[in-house]
Design a protein around this ligand. Structure first.
Ligand SMILES: Nc1ncnc2c1ncn2[C@@H]1O[C@H](COP(=O)(O)OP(=O)(O)OP(=O)(O)O)[C@@H](O)[C@H]1O
Ligand SMILES: [Mg+2]
Length: 256
């Protein structure tokens, strides 16, 4: 069954057609990769799916329901989480607090009950704290929980951003360049972690990535974008062999 269906999605900024008629579907539990050169429109696709931008035209359906013009907090509450290419952690809060805030944000909890510490607030808080502890353990961040997020090495900040996104218990997560700035060992660990997350949480994932070793290893299918359009879509092996992909990425013909 398809969990996400994107049809003829379009978005221009001034004269730039950032997303120029994109179609794709993602199956439940799949890892779907998106690659393409800088400025191809990949992040804009995420921004359109998550309600950060409104498309000029086209549609996005999540579990058969039109979400195209919903506000981003509504999209999140329906079960779509995301991470940002430019990290959006609370750098002056601790690792633990970042996860706690992520978890409480989902509960959509009335402010008064937090302020006046009602009984049900304590119940929710207890549940969320339990989930924070589980998440810290899964991401191997327990030892870092009292550190300010901004003091973590870059690779761990990326991991924390991913962990925080999972705190809303999404069914679909959109991950924008999780491997950016990571070394080959960190990339390897990340690939393992992404696969484990999918197992543990039964998630569907869309991953944008420039690191070919990562995206080719984890994706079931990959969409290649350039100039706002889909260049091709296929299994990693098909994509790797495609002349247009090799040209776009390596700037030369295969075996030339
Ligand atoms: N808010 C905006 N205002 C104006 N132009 C924008 C905006 N967001 C994106 N663009 C433009 O749309 C095009 C696609 O940008 P986008 O960020 O989606 O590319 P990308 O594929 O994610 O690139 P990268 O790999 O560098 O992250 C670019 O030309 C970009 O400058
Ligand atoms: Mg981008």
């Amino acid at each position: 069954m398809d969990i996400l269906e994107v049809r003829d999605l379009r978005k221009s900024f001034g004269g730039i057609k950032a997303v120029d008629g994109i179609d794709f579907v993602v199956k439940r539990n799949e890892i779907f990769g998106i690659i393409g050169p800088n400025g191809a429109g990949k992040t804009t696709v995420f921004n359109l799916i998550t309600g950060i931008y409104k498309p000029d035209s086209g549609s996005v359906k999540f579990k058969g329901v039109e979400v195209t013009r919903l506000k981003s907090y509504m999209v999140a509450s329906l079960g779509i989480a995301r991470t940002f290419q430019n990290l959006r952690l609370f750098k002056n809060l601790t690792v633990y607090e970042n996860l706690l805030v992520g978890g409480l944000s989902k509960r959509n909890y009335p402010l008064y009950s937090a302020l006046f510490r009602t009984k049900s607030y304590f119940k929710v808080e207890r549940e969320v704290r339990k989930k924070v502890d589980d998440t810290l353990e899964f991401f191997e961040l327990q030892d870092k929980k009292v550190l300010k997020a901004g003091t973590l090495p870059y690779g761990e900040q990326r991991k924390l951003e991913l962990a925080r996104a999972l705190m809303i218990e999404p069914e679909l997560i959109l991950i924008d360049e999780p491997g950016a700035g990571m070394n080959p060992k960190e990339i390897n660990d990340l690939a393992r972690m992404i696969l484990a997350i999918r197992e543990k949480y039964g998630l569907t994932m869309i991953v944008i990535e420039h690191q070919m070793s990562l995206i080719m290893n984890i994706s079931a299918r990959i969409m290649v974008m350039d100039f706002g359009k889909k260049v091709m879509e296929g299994k990693p092996d098909e994509v790797k062999m495609d002349k247009r992909v090799i040209e776009a990425y390596l700037g030369e013909e295969p075996n030339a």
